[in-house]
Design a protein around this ligand. Structure first.
Ligand SMILES: Cc1cc2nc3c(=O)[nH]c(=O)nc-3n(C[C@H](O)[C@H](O)[C@H](O)COP(=O)(O)OP(=O)(O)OC[C@H]3O[C@@H](n4cnc5c(N)ncnc54)[C@H](O)[C@@H]3O)c2cc1C
Ligand code: FES
Length: 291
């Protein structure tokens, strides 16, 4: 943990991290970069002096490129597979993410975090899990899914419904192929628009829900994707009888400080950087600005 605001006294490599260090990035080295699609790259990063990130799935870091700016990015690797490094899947959209895409192994970026409330992993044990990531929403959910896979025996059914706009925009294709081979995972993938390479389902993510039947009382659902997706996915999940408190969403907001100081991420009276980005639906259904 390099600067977990909830636990500022945690020691690492003999160091006590003080609260002020919430604002001081630690220099991380880019170990590897891997293009995933035309717009997304996967970055493997290593912290200095044997530090580890010690994150929970669903948390994010603030990545700074000196002279350019800072951006919140979800941690895409699972804590159970950290090997001392961590992965970020980054879509190139603007200044910071474009500068990051131009960087190469050996270059250094600033990292603050991990920040935010992640998924309540312990509460999920013994439950059937239904994951519904859309597009880049697979990046944070991959962290959770791989942790679940690494402790597979302690969960019930694991169902993944993943939607992307087109076959070329599917993320983590090699991992999807591995998940598809497993007997203990039910994976359904769809694309909004097919092409000559695609023989799978065509249609938006909600078209996958009719392929599955679940036991709603024992099911926890986790969804993450573009804001437009949530309303429709929620209708499907609620329609299947899953309770409000057993549906978890990760909400993206414009963030700056990441630690509840600047107010940029505010949803009504709630700071998404601290109370989120992961929320049970029961907590946000009354917030007008949430969805
Ligand atoms: C908790 C959290 C987790 C995130 N995880 C990831 C991730 O895993 N991978 C990833 O690629 N991106 C992620 N994002 C989005 C990422 O932070 C933004 O794309 C990034 O800040 C853009 O910075 P930029 O300087 O490249 O773009 P800018 O030059 O600042 O902006 C480019 C465009 O993107 C828009 N934009 C900027 N920030 C955001 C934002 N936070 N949400 C929506 N639109 C924005 C701007 O309005 C503008 O239209 C996450 C955001 C949050 C809040
Ligand atoms: S990002 Fe500053 S308060 Fe949330």
């Amino acid at each position: 943990m390099i600067a977990n605001y909830k636990n500022p006294t945690t020691s690492l490599a003999g160091q006590t991290l003080e609260e002020e260090k919430l604002y001081l990035p630690v220099l991380a080295r880019i170990e590897r970069t891997r293009p995933m699609t035309a717009l997304e790259k996967l970055f493997t990063l290593e912290l200095p002096d044997g530090m580890t990130l010690d994150h929970r799935p669903g948390q994010f870091v603030e990545v700074s490129i000196f002279g350019v700016g800072e951006a919140p990015i979800s941690i895409s690797s699972s804590p159970s597979r950290s090997n001392g490094n961590f992965e970020l899947c980054v879509r190139q959209v603007g200044d910071v993410t474009s500068a990051l895409h131009r960087m190469e192994p050996g270059d250094k970026v600033g990292i603050r975090g991990p920040f935010g409330r992640g998924f309540p992993f312990e509460k999920f044990r013994g439950k059937d899990l239904l994951f519904a990531p859309g597009g880049l929403g697979l990046a944070p959910l991959r962290s959770l899914i791989n942790q679940v896979i690494d402790e597979r025996a302690t969960f019930g059914r694991v169902i993944i419904l993943y939607g992307a706009r087109s076959p070329s925009e599917l993320l983590f294709k090699e991992e999807l192929a591995e998940w598809a081979k497993r007997d203990d995972l039910e994976l359904h993938v769809t694309v909004d628009r097919g092409d000559e390479t695609w023989s799978g389902n065509v249609g938006v993510i909600t078209t996958l829900f009719k392929k599955i039947s679940i036991y709603p009382r024992n099911t926890v659902a986790v969804t993450c994707g573009p804001p437009v997706m949530y309303r429709f996915v929620l209708m499907e999940l609620l329609g299947k009888g899953i309770s409000n408190g057993n549906i978890y969403l990760s909400l993206e907001r414009h963030m700056k400080c990441g630690v509840g100081k600047c107010g940029h991420c505010q949803i009504n009276h709630v700071y998404a950087c601290q109370s989120g980005p992961v929320f049970p639906y029961s907590e946000i259904m009354g917030l007008e600005e949430a969805l």
